[in-house]
Design a protein around this ligand. Structure first.
Ligand code: ADP
Ligand code: GLC
Length: 459
């Protein structure tokens, strides 16, 4: 039976993106629509979005897109801000979804909210909209893409939520002077998901729960993990529109040629036998690049590795990568900023891809890397643990290099393993081939969401 789904997301590819949420929102909703479900998406019309293209897309897409057009809220320097009205920008989006459903007479069976921005959806449904026959059978789902961002704001602003009765809000928090949007989503959603099974276990613990572990544990088995998928229309070296030549597992010479072209273009030396390490990332604390501070410079200095990094974020990481590019101009390049085409080039050109995350709800680039024949080096956490299997030269099984502890010795060990693997062409080729054969396509993932939607009682 086709379902009616309202999907709320603060960013969605290709319209707006700072990270993986956009990829997931874009690909999952598309896949659900292609599977025959009626999917209405609610998202801001940021000033960076081309209005004419957006208007055209509303007609062309299998998904029905509803952009909230409000310049006072969304004409800002970036998608997210530190401004005093940040909470209001996304409460407005959440209310827009309910209001639009009413206006067009769309009765969603599923209200699917994502991260703190739209996490008030389940509460608003219960407190205000469930009385409306349009929403009488609506069940809510909250997907946590990152528990590190909770959207906490000052309790003075609680009335901005527009609730008639503030007793719906978490009273201890209110007394402590704060409102935590993500916590309310956790407490009121009919089902909670996160983006990998391992992260679903991790966030129930104090180490990873960021203060919400209690709230999650109180929901028992309402929380499940569904691993994200990959949009192979976008991320596949067999037809990547950003690359001049295409390759697959049978044509490794093309990947090698792309690497050479990339090194030349970036002004790096051609060094046969030396692996190129790739980084494409938000440069945030979460991503764990601190582990490279002491471990990577010696390898660059000794000419044992090269590095291509892309990203922006916290100053100390930007400065670190910039200093590598300055100190080792033949070996390291850093592009500070956001650059879609460059991200694809790094996936294709690099031999290894670094993701030493402190925590990683899912992570997409390790899965992209597998398809691009770029062996991921990851810490065993969250979705990294669920998508990369340690390569074992003895059995020829596995797809990447996986380390356990978040410390420099473990990082150094992982880098040395990469050098050992690269020095053994047969083993390296085996790891690459295994990785390229992995399939994380959205078909199966979307089916898991549908199964979850269908299992919600009373829908
Ligand atoms: P997160 O959502 O935590 O940032 P993910 O691995 O889930 O991490 O997704 C990151 C997405 O954002 C990937 O599609 C990646 O290619 C992209 N990305 C991150 N930083 C940049 C950048 N500087 N330029 C281009 N794309 C980027
Ligand atoms: C978040 C997480 C990332 C995940 C993405 C999409 O931003 O940091 O691990 O892949 O959301 O779910």
């Amino acid at each position: 039976m086709p379902l009616r789904i309202a999907f709320l997301a603060s960013e969605i590819a290709p319209w707006s993106k700072t990270g993986g949420l956009a990829d997931v929102a874009g690909a999952l909703t598309r896949q659900l629509a292609l599977a025959g479900h009626a999917v209405h998406v609610f998202t801001p019309l940021y000033s960076s979005i081309d209005r004419r293209a957006a208007a055209g897309a509303m007609r062309a897409s299998p998904v029905t897109l509803h952009f909230l057009d409000d310049a006072a809220l969304y004409a800002r320097a970036g998608l997210y801000t530190q401004d005093a009205d940040e909470h209001r920008r996304f409460i407005a989006l959440t209310r827009f979804a309910f209001d639009t459903c009413r206006r067009i007479g769309f009765a969603p069976q599923i209200l699917h909210c994502n991260d703190w921005h739209t996490a008030f959806g389940p509460l608003l449904l219960r407190a205000q909209f469930a009385q409306d026959p349009l929403f009488a059978a609506t069940r809510s789902v909250l997907t946590i893409h990152n528990i590190g961002y909770q959207g906490v704001f000052d309790a003075r602003h609680a009335p901005d939520l527009g609730l008639a009765d503030l007793r719906w809000l978490h009273q201890d928090d209110l007394r402590a002077g704060v409102v935590n949007p993500l916590k309310h989503g956790i407490l009121h959603a009919d089902a909670i998901t996160t983006v990998s099974p391992t992260y679903a276990r991790e966030i129930r613990t104090a180490e990873y729960g960021m203060g919400l572990e209690e709230a999650l544990r109180s929901r028992g088995d309402a929380l499940t993990g569904i691993l994200n998928g990959v949009d192979y229309d976008e991320w596949d070296p067999r037809h990547d529109r950003h690359l001049p030549h295409h390759y697959d597992a049978g044509t490794p010479a093309t990947k090698a040629a792309l690497k050479q072209a990339f090194l030349a273009r970036m002004g790096l030396a051609a060094r046969p036998g030396v692996p190129l390490l790739g980084v494409v990332s938000r440069l945030a604390y979460q991503k764990g690049f601190d582990l490279l501070f002491d471990t990577l410079p010696p390898l660059l200095a000794q000419g044992r590795v090269q590095l291509a990094a892309l990203g922006s974020g916290e100053a100390r990481y930007e400065e670190f990568f910039a200093s590598l590019a300055r100190d080792y101009p033949q070996a390291a390049t850093f592009r500070c900023g956001y650059d879609e085409a460059h991200a694809h080039w790094i996936e294709a050109a690099a031999d290894f891809f670094l993701m030493p995350s402190r925590y990683e709800p899912c992570g997409l680039n390790q899965m992209y890397s597998l398809r691009y024949g770029t062996v991921p080096i990851v810490r065993r956490t969250g979705g990294l643990a669920d998508s990369v299997e340690p390569f074992d030269a003895a059995t020829g099984r596995g797809t990447g290099i996986v380390f356990n502890d978040f410390d420099a010795p473990a990082m150094a060990w992982a880098l040395s393993q990469a050098l050992v693997l690269y020095a053994d062409p047969a083993a390296h080729a085996r790891a690459v081939t295994n990785g390229m054969a992995q399939d994380f396509s959205w078909e199966q993932r979307a089916a898991q969401y549908v199964a979850l939607y269908e299992a919600l009682p009373g829908r």
